[in-house]
Design a protein around this ligand. Structure first.
Ligand code: CAA
Length: 410
């Protein structure tokens, strides 16, 4: 049987520091249940001053490529909405950090949280034409809204890496999809700002509209119906959003009101990791997919998964895939769950110090303090150039986190 292009390897990375949302709620004089039940979030990952989207992506990519023959790699595509340079692709830094061959192309792609899905579809097309090639997609973001804003509890950080090939070991993509694009200002980040601007309630409305439109396109393209799916993954700005989206999809497809048990079965396994990392924009849908594959108690072999990718501004895509036989042998559940469990818990003042740290934007040389728990760090800036370094050998366990108490503001 001919196999469609799909996911051969899959990994994610999130920084080694996190903040409990109960502590944040109490500090901001909010009812903790608003964040925990109302938004569906328990913790958020917080990047230390010596990590950025490049170092997070390099960590995820190094994991995904363990054991891979790099000579077949056609390109590495980096999706992000937290870009570090107006010209040079973040993919080139990652290319160097993880030692990709010089024959492998490297470039960056952007459309808010949906850039990773656009990259994935490009990769599928490429490996369908050239089944001897592989493409590495990395997606990495830091979700920042501002201290004390309504968006603050929906922050987070993380990266994912997907190896796309004609011999998928985890998920084989269906060729059909449906997309929707409309010029709206629900969420954006002007070049002169570090934090996103967002019209929160409007963004939820547009997300749901884009879901209806993308689903209609997908249904027209594939003929598949709601009941053809065993599980559903959604872009996860916060996990309650998936519940709103899934209820909406059930209604517009004539399935009325879903029960709590339906939601638990269709969605819960895909929400577990995001509930404790927070939003990671371009990576978030795929962290949800990893969570599903690694924590769902049933064997998903041969089951169809529906995936909805939403990028504010906006562009959205509904697509799907079928889980490949033997997928469980290729998961990294232990590695991922150890990474999540080993994170250092920050107090709110420690989180605020990390949050307020900025690399200088005025051109002076600068050295960062060592904090990272990952394998790569940004060591500083020299002659306007970002300096990245590898902290430990790729085969060694992640180094211990350090230096929270000694973080000094610059
Ligand atoms: N106990 C239990 N639940 C409570 C509660 C309590 N004490 N207090 C409030 N709640 C519930 C509310 O009823 C609400 O649930 P429903 O939506 O089901 O009614 C939920 O908690 C949130 O409360 P509010 O709506 O009052 O929250 P808010 O207005 O302060 O902020 C937000 C919510 C608009 C999502 C805000 O966090 C935000 O702007 N986030 C960033 C934008 C975002 O994530 N948008 C999502 C779509 S856009 C996208 O997906 C792209 C992307 O990645 C950003």
């Amino acid at each position: 049987m001919r196999m469609n292009a799909g996911i051969e390897a899959l990994a994610f990375y999130t920084p080694g520091f996190s903040l409990g949302l109960e502590a944040l709620a109490r500090h901001r004089r909010q009812d903790p249940q608003k964040y925990i039940t109302g938004l569906g979030q328990q913790r958020m990952s917080v990047p230390p001053p010596d990590e950025d989207v490049v170092t997070m992506a390099a960590n995820a990519a190094a994991r995904a490529l363990e054991g891979c023959d790099l000579s077949s790699l056609d390109s590495i595509i980096f999706a992000t909405e937290s870009g570090v340079d107006q010209s040079k692709a973040a993919a080139i830094y990652v290319h160097q950090l993880i030692g990709l061959p010089t024959t492998c192309k490297a470039f960056e792609i952007k459309q808010a949280c949906c850039g990773s899905t656009a990259a994935l579809q490009m990769a599928q097309a490429l490996v369908t034409l050239r089944p001897d090639k592989r493409v590495l997609i990395v997606a990495s973001d830091v979700a920042r809204y501002g201290l004390g804003t309504a968006g603050e509890p929906t922050q987070g950080a993380g990266a994912m890496a997907i190896l796309v090939s004609a011999t998928p070991k985890l998920l084989s993509f269906d060729p059909e999809s449906g997309s929707y694009t409309e010029d709206v200002m629900d969420f954006w980040r002007p070049n002169y700002m570090d934090e996103a601007l967002v019209d929160g309630k409007y963004s939820i409305k547009i997300y749901l509209k884009a879901l209806s439109e993308s689903w209609n396109g997908y249904h027209a393209d594939s003929g598949r119906r709601f009941e053809d799916f065993t599980r559903f993954c959604y872009h996860l700005p916060f996990t309650r959003m998936a519940e709103k989206a899934h209820r909406h999809l059930a209604r517009i497809t004539g399935h009325g009101e879903l029960t709590h048990a339906d939601l638990e079965t269709h969605l819960r396994p895909s929400l577990r990791y995001n509930q404790v990392t927070g939003n990671s924009y371009t990576a978030s849908l795929y962290v949800g997919l990893i969570s599903l594959l690694e924590t769902d108690p049933i064997d998903l072999t041969g089951k169809r998964i529906g995936l909805f990718s939403y990028g504010s501004g906006c562009m959205a895509t509904y697509f799907s895939g079928v889980v490949v036989e033997g997928y469980r042998e290729h998961l990294r559940a232990d590695q991922h769950q150890r990474m999540l469990g080993d994170r250092i818990e920050l107090t709110v003042p420690e989180y605020e110090r990390f949050y307020e740290h900025r690399l200088p934007v005025t051109g002076e040389d600068y050295a960062t303090t060592v904090h990272t728990c990952g394998k790569f760090r940004i060591a500083g800036i020299r002659n306007h150039k970002r300096i990245y370094e590898q902290v430990s050998d790729l085969s060694e366990p992640m180094p211990a986190a350090s230096g929270v108490a000694t973080l000094s503001r610059v």
